[in-house]
Design a protein around this ligand. Sequence first.
Ligand SMILES: [Zn+2]
Length: 206
Amino acid sequence: MLSKDQIEFLALYDIPLDKVFDARGLSKSEYESEMKKSGKQFAYNVTPCEKYGHKLRSRSGHCIQCNPSVIDFIMRHDSNGIVYIAGSKKGQIIKAGYTKAISIRDESLNRTKYASFNDWKILFTLKSLTAGKIESELKSVLLPYKRVFYYEHDDHQQKSDETYSCSYSKAKAFIIDMCKNKKMIFKIEKEIQTKEYEFRNLKKLS
Ligand SMILES: [Zn+2]
């Protein structure tokens, strides 16, 4: 259990309790690997720091009470968030992406005419403390289906690099299989059942 002082410290630095891992009985390399899998950033019940006997450490083993400056850096690079699949019928393409706030994402895709289309619809969302990592893995799996669009936005030439000629069901299966294979912890938040986004799977010749 966290002590009152530890809870106060975590609150002071805006560290959510779901980022904190109980490392009791685990060696440094054991808790580091467990924490990476589950997206935890800070450990308690670790060996006390030499200087003051603090028992809160970062994943890499720094005493965060002696070195609170590392907290900001760690939290900025935290990949907690949402991975989503959106589809455009006009473009016959899907988009896979990562965001911290899904509620306005399809509105913003349509407002900016992402890839030059304005009929984007969010079809699937998955929440995870390691969403950023899931997204980058997903991008490499989808790479053979990647299709780049050039379009105008704000008087600038833009390039879409998260668009794929691939069916919704295939992209969805890729995400779920990949998460399971890599033992990622995730929760599906939205999953629209539809056959309307079963676009052709056009694999690039390599
Ligand atoms: Zn310390």
